[in-house]
Design a protein. Sequence first.
Length: 318
Amino acid sequence: MNYRIAPLFCRPWTLNGMSPRLIESHYEHNYGAALNRLNSVTSELEALDVKTTPAQVISRLSREQTTLLNSTLLHELYFASLGGDGRTLSDTIAGALTRDFGSVDRWRHEFIALAEALTGDSGWILLTWLPRDGRLINHSASDHAESIAGGIPILALDMYEHAYHIEYGANTTAYIAAFMRNIHWGAVEARYIDATKVSPPRSLDQPEFSDVPSITPEEVQEMLSSGKRVQIIDTRPRHYSTRAQDIVEGAVWRDPERIEEWMASLSKDEPVVTFCVYGFHIGCQSAAALRKAGFDARYMAGGHYAWKAIKGPVKLFA
Ligand SMILES: [Fe+2]
């Protein structure tokens, strides 16, 4: 793999308070150096006989490759973040920032605070889209390799000294202000729109139960704390329940093999939540059988262990 240089996305002569000299030096000596070293480390790694090379050598080169690759990618994003007036936000991007941070102003203060906190230090400040959660988040990366898994950064502020020292000396506040007034919001919005098209990670696929509705443990907790009446039925198999030590607070255990006997004791006026150990089969089957009999039943995704993993209250299973 040979990584190719990307042209400068911004037009340096149009920037406000950031001179072409600063951008040229940054592009040539820092971005360019990262790219060249990335190619050299990649070649070195690819040429290794991985069967005979010590694991530590492979690991060291691989880590270096990751750092240099991220430095390259983030520098490209940094240059692509510049070139605007810093003020003109479309309804799309302003709406996204308001949805995820409360207001554009609040987003701006948080982003700047993260940058100010790196004064005297170095790293990146990033605005990143998270497909899993369908939201934007600000974060600070104290080195090139620190990133959010699955996140797609759409705005990058370089807080390494080489990004500002030529023009601003140690005055990071002035540099951060200059960056903010040069943000190209049109380009950020275009990247935001692209990023939102990325599908979230696939959820657990259980095609055999695709027509049985589920509920998350968090939703069950919300129902309980809001005072909503709900019938919670632990349908862990008998052989499992005999050695189980705890049970979800507020749940009753019922033998899933005798569901036809006990379902008559349930009310059809209140929702029913069933669950088993991990949420794969028995809880789903119980919910399906109850629905067939006319109950408003759902299975709790992740089962007993998901409930415990979110520190849901349990009691001794006597
Ligand atoms: Fe840089």
